[in-house]
Write a protein that binds this ligand. Sequence first.
Ligand code: SAH
Length: 358
Amino acid sequence: MTGLGDILRKQIAATGPMTLAQYMSACLLHPEHGYYTTQDAFGVDGDFTTAPEISQMFGEVIGLCLAQAWLDQGAPDRFALVELGPGRGTLIADVMRATLQVPGFHTAADLHLIEASDRMRRLQAAALPAHQPVWHNTAETLPEDVPVYAIANEFFDALPIRQFQRDAKGWREIMVGLGADGALHRGLSDAAPIEALDYRLDDTSPGALIETCAHATAVVDALARRIAVQRGMALILDYGGWRSDGDTFQAVRAHTPVDPFADPGRADLTAHVDFEALARAALIAGCAASQLTHQGVFLERLGITPRAQSLAKGQSGPALDAHIAAHRRLTHPDEMGSLFKVLGLYPSSESPPPGLDP
Ligand code: SAH
């Protein structure tokens, strides 16, 4: 076990079982041993590959979507261009390159990055040598006086979730405790009356498991409150679905699923995003939410195929094969095309961002 395993076992021995959210936060963001503070996670040599790391086309078409939304809203002369969880900075670097040709866009944009890990912030600075981003720990400190155009790709799946299991009367929470052998394992709390889950009593039966992510709804609230008043929009891309149903907590290391409790801090921990919960939070904050759209459909509507064809012209042999495979991987329903979804947030008086339906 790593140092973090010892720390967590001691903590549980002293103060009792912890929620899955506490466990996930410690594993991902512990200042000394957290996954995002210590590992170089992304790419073919890392633990997982995200869409912008597969091909530059992803960031390019998203950049054009952001720029078109900005034009559609009258090209405000100052705005915050925001990315949540930028990883290595590849997506935002591609967005900046693709929007260079859009007159006025760069002059009007102030770049804001929400990133908890100092290590990741250094990678992002290196990917953006011509820009001076402002970093934030949370969406709460984003500007309150200019429109906000935001993107989040594979950010929400990294936020800590809690799990609840239905019994005959209500809910019990899944907790992380210590087994007789002293190892970390999952157990059930005593009855946990959670008012916010009452609405799920109607569509679940005893034995059902659901997940909640208070951190995600707080982030959406901060974005949606700004978008409702200051205008702008947000694009949330991630794997998940409409309404949490079942256990989606998973650990991945070197592209392979592993036991999430075996080696805390050494594997990427994620859960599927409950887009219904995000859309509800946006509506409560006075903002509109688009229909949930498959990533493949969204990218096709934004013109990824003509872009792929134009990039293919300069290529041949293995490079061309890899390029064709990347296009397929991003868009095909058997690959990322339908597992990944897109939700847009936008002012209720405006149209949804390009590629999305109201
Ligand atoms: N969007 C990138 C990387 C996704 S990985 C891509 O598509 O490649 C998740 C990113 O979110 C990492 O940069 C990680 O350090 C950051 N992150 C994770 N949890 C966070 C939190 N609670 N607050 C801020 N940033 C967080």
